[in-house]
Design a protein around this ligand. Structure first.
Ligand SMILES: [Mn+2]
Length: 326
């Protein structure tokens, strides 16, 4: 059975199936890709995002990328300890040490892929893994830009976080706010505030709002997207991240999409991007030259319907890496 028929069958309803059909056009000659699975759920309260890498692979990532002429190697999964093996040591930053150790392993794999002139594609897992990808990509460049798609700002610290879950803290750690272990890891980051843009934010905590302002990042909220449109916002966000031709990392929390479109995410928040808007964002990024690496995080198959969220991720990645309609 070909991909189209398979997607149709899996999608259930014909309307949904039509929405998910692979686009007919292909664009060959994109950079080869290295896929790394990061089944990390130590940063989130709810189990399930550890199955994200599996769901995305099952949705046909490798097949779809190869279909459009991209060479793919899959390094399998980074080994992650199970939260059942011991309780968190620190309730304000649960499993921070274990997460940092896993991120160091991920950083090595990401930097080795980039050094071999490949695009590193990291499948999550909860968003705390982004610390590892960013540190890994930073090792390969003097400066690294960062495009962070998210419903949340992920700018909490152990002090401001209401939950103590580390997946709400990775971006703050990149800017040296957070637990000592996280700050030590993120000393390896080359991202500075003027080369970082957040897109799609709509749900923030009190403490992190103050810290976010202090850090001076460019935040493009959903309100900005409503007012100015996605194209205008993305132009500015890309300009920020790739300022002066800087290579950049994309960290994409799938909860930036509206849960009506992508229900299988760890922390859903209503009022997000449509599927079309998220595709357009990927198209616009793919028109630039600077992409070094990308995370797709927080896919939770337990909360999903017929793996549609993972299928959306496959379409987003294919588009980001060069798939075209014509
Ligand atoms: Mn996030």
């Amino acid at each position: 059975m070909d991909t189209t028929a398979r997607l149709k069958r899996r999608a259930g309803s014909p309307a949904l199936a039509a929405h998910l059909l692979p686009l007919p056009g292909t664009q060959v000659s994109a950079k080869p890709v290295t896929v790394i699975g990061m089944p990390l759920d130590l940063g989130a309260d709810r189990r399930g995002v550890d199955m994200g890498p599996s769901a995305i692979r099952y949705a046909g990532l490798k097949h779809e990328l190869e279909r459009i002429g991209i060479a793919v190697e899959d390094l399998g999964n980074v080994n992650i300890p199970s939260p059942e093996s011991h309780p968190p040591r620190n309730a304000r930053a649960k499993y921070a040490e274990e997460i940092v150790r896993a991120c160091r392993r991920l950083a090595r794999m990401v930097s080795q892929a980039i050094e071999r002139d490949r695009v590193a594609v990291v499948l999550g897992g909860d968003h705390s893994l982004a610390m590892g990808s960013i540190v890994g990509a930073s090792r390969c460049h003097d400066k690294l830009g960062l495009l962070w798609f998210d419903a949340h700002a992920d700018f909490n610290t152990p002090r401001t976080s209401p939950s103590g879950n580390v997946h709400g803290m990775p971006l703050a750690a990149v800017f040296q706010y957070g637990s000592p272990a996280m700050r030590a890891l993120c000393k390896g980051s080359n991202v500075d505030a003027k080369r970082c843009a957040l897109v799609g934010v709509r749900d923030t905590d009190e403490g992190e709002r103050l810290l976010l302002k202090k850090a001076g990042l460019k935040v493009f909220t959903m309100e900005a997207i409503d007012r100015y449109g996605l194209q205008t916002v993305m132009r500015q966000a890309i300009e920020t991240a790739s300022h002066g031709g800087t290579p950049f990392h994309v960290s994409f929390d799938v909860d930036v999409l509206d849960p009506g479109a992508a229900p299988g995410v760890g922390t859903p928040a209503i009022g997000g991007l449509t599927y079309r808007e998220s595709l357009l964002a990927m198209e616009m990024i793919s028109e630039t030259a600077g992409l070094t690496s990308v995370d797709m995080v927080e896919v939770n198959p337990i909360l999903d319907h017929q793996n549609i969220t993972a299928k959306i991720v496959v379409n987003l990645l294919a588009t980001l890496l060069g798939r075209r309609v014509l």
